[in-house]
Design a protein around this ligand. Structure first.
Ligand code: SAM
Length: 504
C-alpha cells in the first residue's frame, strides 16, 4: 500500500510532538494510519499531507489518535492501588490538612484507571472522599477523554474488577454496557493533555500522587527521561510517582528516589541525593547494570543507598568460615577463580565450587557475585536454611539484587509457601521484567493452583523471553540449572498444551 514511501519525515514529526517512535513493528501502524487520514482528507500525495500536518495541529491530533495504544481496564495492577490506600494516603492525609490530596492519572486512556482510584477512595473513606481527594485523568487522545467523560464501559473493561463493585458503582445500560454512577463520575476530572506539550494545566499542578503507568513503554529513552523529569518537577514535596511494573527501572535516573514498599517499587520526591553518595553507591546485580548508580528507600524511610561494609563470612558454622576453609587461595585473580567456580557449578561439582567460593570470599569479602553463586549452589544442594542466610546477607548489602529475590522465591516454593514465593518472584520481575525464571516458577505455582489464565500468561511470557537469546544474556547467569533453556521451553510448551481449553 505504501510502496516505497518515505516515512522518515512523519516519524520525526510524531517523535517531536507526541514522543512516540514508530520503528520496526510499529511502522506498519504508522503507514495504515497515514493512509486512513489521507483518505479522509482526500489527499493522495504524502508530501502534501506532511505539509498539512505541519500547519494544522488538529489534523496532527487526529493522526496521533489513530496511533495511540489505549489498552486499559478497571483495577489494573491493583497492588499499586492498595499500597496507595494503605500507605501513601494516610501519610498524605496527615501531611496535607489544608487542602485535598491531588491524584493524577497521566495517560488515563478511557478513564478506567482514575475511576478505579475514585471507587477505591469511596470504598475506604466513604462520602468524605469527595472532600478529601481530587482525581484528574489526562491523555493526549481527545477521543478517549470524551469516552472517559461518558463513563460507559463494556465487559472487557471489567475483567480485573470484583463483581460486587460493578453492582455498587455502575448502572446497567443497553447492550450489556454499564455507566459509572454519578457520585464517582463527579469526583474525576478529565482533560486532553500532551505530556510532551509546552505546559501542563492548572488541575495537574502540585499533585501528591501521579500514576503514570503503561504509558512510557511507547516512548524512546530520551522522551521517557524528559517526561519523567517534568512529572517529577510537577509533584508536590514528598509526592509519589507510580509507574507500571515493567517500566520501573527505566526511570531510576537520579531524578526521584526509588522506594520499595513491601513487594512494590515506586518513586518519591525527596531531597536530591548528594552526587557523591550516588556515585559511590555500588550495585552488583548481574542483570541490571542500569541500577548501578541508584538509590533505594525501603518502607517509608528515605535513605541514599549506604556504602555497605565489606561482606564477611557469616557465622563460624558457615561453610566458608576461615576455620573450615578447605584450602586457601594464593594471590590470584579472583575473577578467574570465580569463572572456575561457575564452570564447576555447571558441571554439577557443587561442593568443590563451594570450596572455591569460600576461598574467594575469604580473600575478598566485597566480591558479591561469589555470594550469589554460593546461594544458588546451596539451593541446588537443598541446603535451604544456609541459602536463606546468604540471601539475607546479599539483600542487606544490595536491596535490589535480582538473584536474591529469585532465590527467596525458590526457597519459599520448596517450603510450600506459595504466597510468599509468588510475592518474591513478583519482586524479581519488578527488578527485571525479563527474569524468565521468575515467570517460569510463577507459572508452575499458578498451574498447580489451577489458575489457568494466569499460569498460561506466565508460561507464554517465559517462552517469549527464552526465544530472545542465550541464558547468559538473559540474567540469572549464576544459576546452575538442571535443565537448559530448550528444556525449560519444552516444559512451558507442554504445560501450555495442557492448558488449552478442551474442545466441544
Ligand atoms: C496503554 S494506555 C495506559 C492507560 C492506563 N494508564 C493503564 O495503565 O491502564 C496509554 C495511554 O497513554 C496515552 N499517551 C500516549 N502518549 C501520550 C502523551 N504524549 N501525552 C499524554 N498521553 C499519552 C495514550 O493515548 C494511551 O491512552
Amino acid at each position: 500500500m505504501n510502496g516505497d514511501m518515505n516515512l522518515t519525515p512523519f516519524k520525526e514529526l510524531l517523535l517531536r510532538t507526541c514522543g512516540h517512535s514508530f520503528e520496526k513493528e510499529r511502522e506498519q501502524a504508522l503507514s495504515v494510519s497515514l493512509f486512513r487520514r489521507m483518505a479522509v482528507q482526500g489527499m493522495a500525495g504524502y508530501d502534501a499531507y506532511h505539509a498539512l500536518l505541519l500547519r494544522d495541529s488538529d489534523e496532527l491530533l487526529r493522526l496521533t489518535e489513530l496511533l495511540t495504544v489505549n489498552e486499559t481496564y478497571f483495577f489494573r495492577e491493583p497492588d499499586h492501588l492498595n499500597m496507595m490506600a494503605d500507605t501513601l494516603l494516610p501519610e498524605f492525609m496527615a501531611l496535607r490538612k489544608q487542602r485535598p490530596i491531588r491524584i493524577v492519572s497521566a495517560g488515563c486512556s478511557t478513564g478506567e484507571e482514575p475511576y478505579s482510584i475514585a471507587i477505591m477512595l469511596r470504598e475506604r473513606f466513604g462520602a468524605a472522599s469527595e472532600r478529601l481527594f481530587e482525581v484528574v485523568g489526562v491523555d493526549i487522545d481527545s477521543t478517549v477523554i470524551a469516552s472517559a467523560q461518558r463513563g460507559v464501559y463494556g465487559k472487557n473493561s471489567f475483567r480485573g474488577m470484583d463483581k460486587s463493585l460493578l453492582e455498587r458503582y455502575f448502572e446497567a445500560g443497553s447492550s450489556g454496557r454499564y455507566q459509572v454512577c454519578d457520585a464517582i463520575r463527579k469526583q474525576v476530572g478529565f482533560e486532553v493533555v500532551n505530556l510532551l506539550g509546552p505546559s501542563y494545566p492548572e488541575r495537574m499542578q502540585l499533585p501528591d500522587i501521579i500514576l503514570y503507568r503503561n504509558v512510557s513503554i511507547y516512548f524512546p529513552g530520551q522522551v521517557q527521561r524528559e517526561i519523567f523529569g517534568r512529572l517529577a518537577e510537577l509533584l508536590a514535596a514528598e509526592g509519589a510517582l507510580l509507574v507500571g511494573a515493567a517500566e520501573t527501572f527505566h526511570h531510576d535516573i537520579g531524578v526521584l528516589s526509588l522506594v520499595k514498599q513491601d513487594s512494590l517499587f515506586y518513586y518519591r520526591k525527596t531531597p536530591p541525593l548528594v552526587f557523591e553518595e550516588r556515585r559511590t553507591a555500588s550495585r552488583f546485580s548481574t542483570t541490571s547494570k542500569r541500577l548501578e548508580a541508584g538509590a533505594v528507600r525501603t518502607g517509608s524511610a528515605a535513605v541514599a543507598k549506604p556504602q555497605p561494609p565489606p561482606m564477611r563470612p557469616q557465622a563460624t558454622n558457615a561453610p566458608d568460615s576461615p576455620a573450615k576453609r578447605p584450602y586457601s587461595l594464593p594471590r590470584v585473580d579472583i575473577r578467574e577463580r570465580f569463572d572456575e567456580a561457575i564452570t564447576l557449578a555447571h558441571s554439577k561439582q557443587y561442593d568443590t565450587a563451594l570450596d572455591v567460593l569460600a576461598a574467594i570470599i575469604e580473600q575478598d569479602g566485597t566480591f558479591e557475585k561469589a555470594y550469589v553463586l554460593k546461594g544458588s549452589l546451596l539451593l541446588s544442594l537443598s541446603r535451604f536454611d544456609e541459602a536463606l542466610v546468604v540471601c539475607k546477607t546479599v539483600l542487606e548489602r544490595d536491596p535490589l539484587c535480582l538473584e536474591a529475590y529469585l532465590m527467596l522465591g525458590i526457597i519459599a516454593r520448596q517450603m510450600r509457601n506459595n504466597d510468599e514465593a509468588i510475592k518474591r518472584f513478583r519482586e524479581a520481575i519488578y527488578l527485571d521484567a525479563t527474569c524468565w525464571l521468575a515467570h517460569f516458577h510463577t507459572g508452575e505455582i499458578l498451574y498447580a493452583q489451577g489458575d489457568e489464565k494466569r499460569s498460561r500468561s506466565s508460561f507464554e511470557t517465559t517462552l517469549k523471553i527464552l526465544a530472545g537469546g542465550p541464558l547468559k544474556e538473559l540474567g540469572q547467569a549464576f544459576f546452575p540449572l538442571s535443565f537448559n533453556a530448550e528444556q525449560f521451553a519444552v516444559i512451558c510448551r507442554h504445560k501450555l498444551s495442557l492448558l488449552v481449553p478442551a474442545k466441544g
